[in-house]
Design a protein around this ligand. Structure first.
Ligand code: GCV
Length: 689
């Protein structure tokens, strides 16, 4: 026993010696080489030079070993995939070699076996969408200003600092397989296509290119009229068509590996083809034709809804389904994971597994607009896994969202996935150290859409928090002690974190009850006079003295019928609708008897309480791991957890006290009482607390 304690104390001492202050800037790429490697590569290119350098800088294998990098065609390898073996890496492309190198290093550093296998990406295009504005602000960004754009006199000059940062960004992306970046907000400024802005795009593309990252731009559909001086932006107008063709030519003459356009059209006030009586297909195809000679693609968003429809959740499907088969081959329809927005929980969008002749790509939100921004610790991999593994039944069982979008169910001309980025100029890139895990997870799932959240969390924790001992391979430091006292509890916390957020924000299918505009705190009451109803929470929760929930069954808006059978009927039927989607699909009386035997009102109360208690538990977990984390990161995360806890309390109090006005039932007495008054919460709901 004494022996055990002294070993424990010794190990703690060892760890603390190696807990150098870390500002998080190195992300999951903080581990350095611990021995020498002899890299043999017969070809040379900027990408291969990076691959060789990465191996030399990160090698943690046997000292003096020879690693052979071979670029050679192999039918088993697709796209930029690779074949990994203990002797080296083989790929069809230079980029495949680079991805293989990152995989090899990751396996070394996380202690995974390196055996012969082929790794092919699930999606051809794995893209980060930056909602960055030309003045440097970021829509729904919580980690500082843009790394690409800024305001002021030097806005368009390219400095060495810019290049260094873009290179670090490109490296991080490439290390997890991301191969595209949309550089500007989907609410796009037409200015972005002007000559001077394109020059900066070119400079960015030159830095990103060797890492295999293509640049894309969000475009404003009115650009021909706004910056081209044309009378119209009608997609069928010959002058407009000519203008876009000329613009595409101009872009590709500057940026030969340019990826294409992302378009938010006829949505939330953005211009689009419908302004001219044209369809989404007319608009998308016109742009696709302009990009086609250069190999570019159009990612056309399906995020559309109008205030007149009675159920926002149905609209994207209704608008896009009739257009199936009408889009050009180089158009991909980009669909958010859920049918409404990026809520803490939504059923998957029925547009997944719907169209058979159109390429469809998922859009996830990495930035935590609706999930506590850069304050709450919420690991999003579980949410994306839930979506990707959802059964659509498009072609019978096994037609998951993942398989319907990666071309396994119906072949797609192109396959792609996008994540709305959470990075900015903050030193640690993401604001919250654990938000880095979401960037990491997005890349890993984009590469392999069947990875589990648990595996991703495991990798990320090891790469991000493992003790660093010069000369010692990281994986040798994963002692039983470190695993039991750090890895396992922190992983558990990450894996529970999204469910906790759902519990304290909007459990049981409740959705979109955020305070107006900032989307951080609760605002189930928010309904200023004159505001379009679908921008107010009462439109979604529909609470009244009889009950709450959105009736989307066949007796209601019939959104359930947008899902294939047997799913549509499962959602429709109270006996088979999963609790987690109950109030998404059903309006139920407060005393409705749940599967648990409780009344609906009580169940709601227990969920809010559970969510709050889960965050309090996270605080304890984190406090206990203090000796395994450097002080800077420990304190930052501890303080963020305190704020998260305070905010979870606000959520619980606000929602229970507000809905109680309708339920007129007591909050179960074994639940801790609210500590805030509803009037105060309402008065202050425009502040982000
Ligand atoms: C870029 C939500 C967000 C908006 C965002 C929009 C979109 O509505 O609140 O900020 O706009 O989604 O995805 O286009």
């Amino acid at each position: 026993m004494i022996m055990k304690v002294s070993v424990y104390v010794f190990l703690l001492f060892l760890f603390s010696l190696n807990l150098r202050a870390e500002n998080g800037h190195d992300l999951w790429l903080r581990n350095k080489s611990t021995s020498h490697v002899n890299v043999v590569c017969s070809k040379s290119s900027p990408t291969l030079s990076i691959a060789v350098q990465e191996l030399q800088q990160g090698w943690q294998g046997k000292d003096g070993v020879k690693v052979i990098l071979t670029v050679k065609n192999d039918k088993a390898i697709r796209n930029n995939g690779f074949r990994l073996s203990p002797a080296g890496i083989q790929a069809n492309t230079d980029l495949g070699i680079l991805y293989g190198v990152y995989e090899l290093l990751r396996r070394q550093q996380t202690g995974e076996i390196i055996e012969e296998n082929v790794c092919n990406p699930s999606y051809e295009f794995r893209i980060l969408d930056h909602w960055d504005n030309p003045n440097g602000t970021i829509e729904r960004g919580y980690a500082g200003q843009s790394i690409f754009w800024r305001s002021g006199d030097t806005a368009l000059s390219v400095t060495q600092n810019d290049r260094t940062l873009w290179k670090e960004y490109a490296r991080a992306d490439a290390s997890i397989g991301i191969n595209g970046a949309v550089l500007n907000n989907v609410n796009a400024s037409p200015m972005m296509l002007s000559k001077k802005y394109l020059q900066r795009v070119k400079a960015i593309a030159e830095v990103l290119g060797p890492y295999g990252i293509r640049t894309y731009l969000s475009i404003n559909f009115s650009s021909p009229a706004v910056i081209g001086g044309l009378k119209t932006s009608d997609p069928l107008d010959p002058e407009v068509i000519k203008w876009w063709k000329g613009k595409a030519r101009e872009i590709y003459s500057l940026i030969p590996d340019f990826g294409g356009f992302l378009v938010k059209a006829s949505s939330e006030g953005q211009p689009g083809p419908q302004d001219f009586g044209r369809t989404h297909a007319d608009g998308a195809n016109m742009l696709a034709d302009a990009l086609n000679p250069f190999g570019g693609i159009v990612m056309w968003r399906a995020f559309v809804y109008s205030p007149t429809d009675l159920d926002r959740a149905k609209q994207a499907y209704n608008e896009f389904m009739p257009l199936d088969g009408q889009f050009r081959d180089n158009v991909i329809i980009q669909v958010k994971n859920g049918p409404v927005d990026f809520q803490p929980r939504e059923p998957f969008s029925p547009l997944f597994g719907a169209m058979k002749k159109t390429s469809v790509m998922p859009e996830f939100q990495v930035t935590q607009e609706y999930l506590g921004q850069a304050i709450h610790l919420v690991f999003l991999a579980t949410m994306w896994e839930e979506c990707l593994q959802s059964e659509t039944y498009q072609k019978g069982a096994g037609s998951t969202v993942a398989r319907c979008t990666d071309g396994s169910v119906y072949p797609q001309k192109h396959t792609a996935i996008a994540g709305v980025s959470n990075i900015g100029l903050d030193t640690n890139w993401c604001g919250h150290p654990f938000a880095q895990a979401n960037w990491y997870a997005f890349g890993r799932l984009a590469w392999n859409n069947s990875l589990t959240s648990e595996k991703i969390a495991d990798e990320w924790i090891k790469l991000t928090f493992a003790p660093v001992v010069p000369g010692q391979a990281t994986s040798t430091l994963f002692s039983t002690e470190w695993t039991e006292h750090f890895l396992i509890p922190v992983r558990r916390m990450m894996l529970q974190s999204r469910e906790a957020a759902v519990n304290y924000m909007m459990p049981l299918g409740i959705h979109h009850i955020f305070a107006g505009n900032h989307h951080y705190g609760p605002g189930p009451w928010y309904a200023p006079r004159g505001l379009r109803p679908d921008w107010t929470p009462p439109y979604y929760h529909k609470a009244d003295t009889l009950g709450m929930g959105f009736e989307r069954t066949r007796a209601g808006s019939d959104a359930v019928s947008q899902y294939h059978e047997p799913l549509g009927s499962q959602f429709n039927d109270l006996n088979t609708c999963p609790d987690k989607y109950l109030l998404w699909f059903h309006h139920l009386p407060w005393d409705y008897k749940m599967k648990s035997g409780r009344k609906l009102w009580d169940e709601i109360c227990y969920h809010y309480e559970t969510g709050l208690q889960q965050v309090r538990e996270f605080q304890k977990i984190w406090d206990k791991v203090e000796s395994y984390v450097d002080t800077d990161r420990f304190i930052l995360i501890q303080s963020k957890l305190r704020s998260q806890c305070a905010n979870a309390q606000v959520w619980k109090d606000a929602c229970l006290l507000y809905f109680q006005q309708f339920s007129r039932m007591p909050i179960p007495y074994d639940i801790e009482r609210p500590v805030n008054n509803l009037e105060d919460l309402i008065r202050n709901d425009t502040r982000r607390r």
